[in-house]
Design a protein around this ligand. Structure first.
Ligand SMILES: Nc1nc2c(c(=O)[nH]1)N[C@H]1C(S)=C(S)[C@@H](COP(=O)(O)O)O[C@H]1N2
Ligand SMILES: [Mo]
Length: 224
């Protein structure tokens, strides 16, 4: 891609892999980080990527070091911000809307890809129609139930017909590792846009940079 992330956010530094999460939480929280700052952070991310856990070709990422366990029965998706009809949707609500399928090559900015992934879920464009954004809306912010990860899209990007709130991967409900029960999927963009454990969408007048974008990655993550 065209622009390089800053020195302290190497492309490999795309969250912690599950297989290393205990190790990383010990190192990451302690004295070591405080003393050596970004240098040690780089070393840790190098370690995180030197071995670890992959699932069906995917690397499983979570910046918090843990995998939220969210039951479909208690799941809620909050939709708020500058809209005429704020909503709180259950998993059942999303399942009862028209679901669509999208097939694409999942691509992480660090270089790994998974060809031919089949996803099924609700079109974000359909929800946007329902909630009726005010005229000043230019961006959507997406929040994860992990409490930390966020990303955003412009209203125009969010309205593309292949952008899904995905509930199934390859014919089965997505696993907790992949962001169950509902994750955002933006097929035309790098994987960091596809927020896992999605629990809130907020309509805003200006697009706000997300977790990785605050750490050097481009806000427009379109794969060229
Ligand atoms: N909540 C949350 N969503 C996330 C991430 C994360 O760390 N936390 N990582 C992102 C990145 S960089 C990629 S490439 C994909 C990876 O999806 P996977 O973990 O299902 O392989 O999730 C994206 N969504
Ligand atoms: Mo990624």
């Amino acid at each position: 891609m065209g622009s390089q992330p800053p020195q302290n956010t190497p492309p490999q530094n795309t969250g912690r892999r599950v297989g290393r999460r205990v190790f990383l939480s010990v190192l990451g929280a302690g004295v070591v980080t405080t003393l050596f700052g970004h240098d040690i952070a780089q070393t840790i991310s190098g370690l995180a990527n030197s071995g670890g856990f992959s699932l069906g070709g995917f690397e499983i990422y979570t910046v918090t070091g843990s995998i939220p366990a969210i039951k479909p029965a208690t799941y809620r998706l909050r939709i708020d911000g500058h809209i005429a009809h704020p909503l709180e949707l259950t998993y059942g609500d999303l399942r009862s809307m028209t679901n669509h399928e999208v097939t694409f090559t999942f691509t992480c900015v660090t270089g790994w890809t998974v060809p031919n992934t089949h996803w099924r879920g609700v079109r974000l464009a359909d929800l946007i129609e329902q909630v009726r954004p005010h005229a000043d809306v230019h961006g959507l912010e997406f929040y994860s139930a992990d409490g930390v990860y966020t990303d955003s899209l412009s209203l125009h990007e969010a309205q593309q017909s292949n952008v899904l709130l995905a509930m199934d991967l390859d014919g089965k409900p997505i696993s907790a590792d992949h962001g169950a029960p509902v994750r955002l999927l933006v097929p035309d963009m790098y994987g960091y846009k596809s927020v896992k454990w999605l629990n809130r969408i907020s309509f805003v007048s200006h697009q706000v940079p997300g977790y990785w974008e605050q750490r050097g990655y481009p806000v427009n993550a379109t794969i060229s």
